[in-house]
Design a protein around this ligand. Structure first.
Ligand code: PRX
Length: 657
């Protein structure tokens, strides 16, 4: 949780921005929505669900009798891909652009709803021809290209379960995830364009599957994006383009039970093993579509929506691959990085496509802010009318910059709090209704019930920091952890009876607006990406030179937090290890190989001791003090109180990366 002085600063925020009368008059969410949901929460969700097409209508909204395993709309049948695609074509909107694709090299494609539907039907037939059946798992490891969305939609259309693995994960991470889910098929690409060059993906898949390591995988479907040379295993590897060209064009979407599994998405928890968060169909789509429409005030006929998240994260699932398509939105997807060929790229895309709704992360906003307003000011951003933020707390300074420079001083900002586990947005202002306060996520959405509790489960009033909990089930909630029902109960439902504990600290201010105060567990948030201290520690100790490792997330001006690792080297390796700088590089490379570039520590500090309590628990709080370069806090619970002097002395001596 943030330091006390930061909390106090936050609570001094007294700027308020009421919605303009003009905005409110046209807004999707109208006053009264909170009261309606409060008066009949389940009825409210049933109404939201009924905006979708059901192959077989549901008669019961929620079955919570086997809590915490929820069943939403469970006697209904639905096809998620039909809702995202065919439905719009049948309603006469087939010519509307679904995807404006911008490749990093500058190549572009416009894909209408009719074209996207046709592609997904062919891909669904390819999957079926390859023997993929409802319930089978399919791993997806792809760049941000339209085929990635086609792949997800096609897998969902036939009732198979996708597990998208972010392209920044290494072969080793890919292997563990493919194996855990026992995937039958992997869909990948030769590579994608990043930072001005072709960056390979297929070799990581080859390595992950090498030596019979993932026997469940029968085939690898490969999109040729970059044309770079890649290995090819005959009989296993299949070219996406030729397979689609030869596939039957018709595919009738069948209804699946609302609780049919839709996807697994691995995320970091407090242990070394990532959790396969499981989502199901009807409730997930209901809340993804409802939040996408109301929180972003989506007017599908006129808005151009752009969410910059990669499909490898939950935001790319709910607010790229599913929510926007369910609502018939026209959206931009961009393959590359914001600085390619220069830091004006995002703004040139926003200008070119007349983006009206932009959804991104505070890290990106802070990076742009650091470079100065003159870059975005060169572009016409006048179409932007709603701005979204996700993934980490947005500091008031970045909030103001975002509103003034990107939003012309008038666009409402929706700071959306949610998690991989919640599946969809839970806490956010509603533009057109909420009077905004920079830095605060403000209120639970209509239909969502939250409470801030102390350690004993007592509800805290305004002005008191505590633990953020969700007190009633919600449609897009995770249904479990893949293959580990006990871990699901233990992780989320054991701290408070019948209540979901999110892992975040939070506080209502004196006006009842909610402030997120960061994780209270050992989960870090680096550039909005979730990383576990334990996972990086176990990667470090898997190196033969490392005896012990402790990882902390230290505050970082741009990335929110940064990974800082303290390592003790094995005595018998000290002579081979080289300088601290050599060790640091070697271990950072090792983490990159074991987990992926996203987990690469910013700093490695070689130390001779770690601060531990008498029971052997590492006191990360003290290491965080060192990493953040401030006086070390209370050391009285340490088994050996001199340890921190030794560490601080060494660090002051300049032994960091
Ligand atoms: O700590 C919270 C932070 O991100 C965590 C969830 O991470 P992940 O599952 O990767 O999903 C990120 C995208 C939804 C949360 O436990 N977080 C997310 N959104 C916010 C946030 N912290 C503060 N403000 C937010 N708007």
């Amino acid at each position: 949780m943030s330091a006390d002085h930061e909390i106090d600063n936050l609570l001094q925020e007294n700027r308020h921005f009421a919605p303009s009368a003009e905005f409110s008059a046209q807004a999707i969410a109208q006053p009264g929505i909170y009261e309606t949901a409060k008066a009949d929460r389940l009825g409210f969700w049933a109404n939201q669900a009924n905006q979708l097409h059901w192959h077989k209508p549901f008669t019961q909204t929620l079955d919570w009798s086997n809590a915490p395993f929820a069943k939403w709309f469970y006697d209904g049948e639905i096809n998620i891909s039909y809702n995202c695609l065919d439905r719009h074509v049948e309603a006469g909107n087939g010519d509307r652009v679904a995807l404006f694709f911008e490749g990093e090299p500058g190549d572009t494609r416009e894909i209408t709803y009719a074209e996207l539907t046709a592609e997904v039907k062919k891909a669904a037939n390819v999957l079926t021809d390859l023997g993929v059946r409802a319930g089978d798992r399919v791993a997806i490891y792809m760049p941000m290209i339209p085929e990635a969305i086609v792949a997800m939609q096609a897998v969902a259309r036939i009732g198979a379960v996708h597990s998208v693995i972010f392209g920044g994960f290494s072969a080793e991470s890919l292997h563990t995830r493919i194996d855990d889910a026992q995937a039958k098929l992997v869909i990948t690409a030769d590579g994608g364009y990043r930072k001005g060059k072709a960056s390979a993906l297929k070799p990581a898949v080859d390595e992950a599957l090498s030596g019979g390591k993932c026997p469940s995988v029968k085939n690898v479907l490969v999109v040729k994006r970059t044309g770079q040379d890649v290995g090819w295993v005959d009989g296993r590897d299949i070219d996406w383009n030729s397979a689609l060209a030869n596939a039957a064009t018709e595919h009738v979407a069948q209804g699946f039970n609302a609780e049919h599994p839709l996807f697994i998405l691995y995320t970091s928890g407090t242990t070394g093993k990532p959790k396969g968060v499981l989502h199901t169909t009807g409730g997930y789509l209901t809340q993804a579509a409802y939040t996408h429409k109301n929180v972003f005030d989506l007017h599908a006929e006129t808005d151009i929506y752009w969410c910059t998240a990669d499909i490898g994260w939950i935001t790319g699932h709910s607010y790229v691959a599913y929510g926007p398509l369910a609502n018939g939105a026209s959206q931009v997807i961009y393959e590359g990085t914001p600085e390619t060929p220069d830091w004006g790229r995002w703004w040139s895309i926003a200008e070119k496509y007349k983006v009206s709704i932009l959804y991104t992360a505070p890290t990106a906003i802070r990076s742009f802010m650091k470079l100065g307003s003159q870059i975005p000011k060169q572009y016409d951003l006048s179409h932007i009318r709603v701005l979204g933020s996700v993934g980490e707390p947005i500091n008031p300074e970045a909030w103001m910059w975002y509103r003034n420079i990107i939003g012309a001083g008038s666009a409402p900002i929706v700071d959306t709090w949610w998690q991989t586990e919640t599946g969809a947005i839970m806490i956010s202002p509603l533009p057109g209704i909420t009077t905004l306060k920079p830095g605060s996520a403000q209120h639970a959405l209509p239909g969502i019930e939250i409470a801030i509790l102390d350690e004993d489960g007592n509800e805290l009033g305004n002005g008191h920091a505590g633990l953020l909990t969700i007190t009633e089930p919600w449609p897009a909630m995770l249904r479990g952890i893949w293959g580990d029902p006990d871990r699901f109960k233990e992780t989320y439902w054991s701290k408070f009876e019948g209540i979901y504990f999110a892992g975040d600290g939070a506080k209502f201010d004196e006006e009842g607006d909610l402030w997120l105060l960061g994780r209270v567990d050992d989960v870090m948030n680096v550039s909005g990406h979730r990383l576990s201290t334990a996972e990086i520690e176990s990667a470090l100790v898997s190196h033969p030179f490392v005896a012990e490792a402790a990882v902390v997330g230290a505050n970082d001006e741009t990335t929110g937090q940064a990974v800082v690792a303290f390592v003790i080297l094995r005595q018998n390796q000290l002579a081979n290890a080289g300088s601290d700088a050599d060790v640091s590089k070697m271990l950072r490379d090792h983490v990159t190989k074991e987990i992926g570039p996203i987990a690469r520590p910013r700093t490695i500090m070689v130390v001779s001791e770690l601060p531990k309590t008498r029971s052997g628990k590492i006191m990360r709080r003290l290491l965080r003090d060192v990493a953040e370069d401030r006086p070390v806090g209370d050391v009285t619970t340490l088994a050996d109180t001199s340890v921190m002097d030794i560490i601080s002395g060494k660090i002051a001596g300049g032994a960091s990366d």
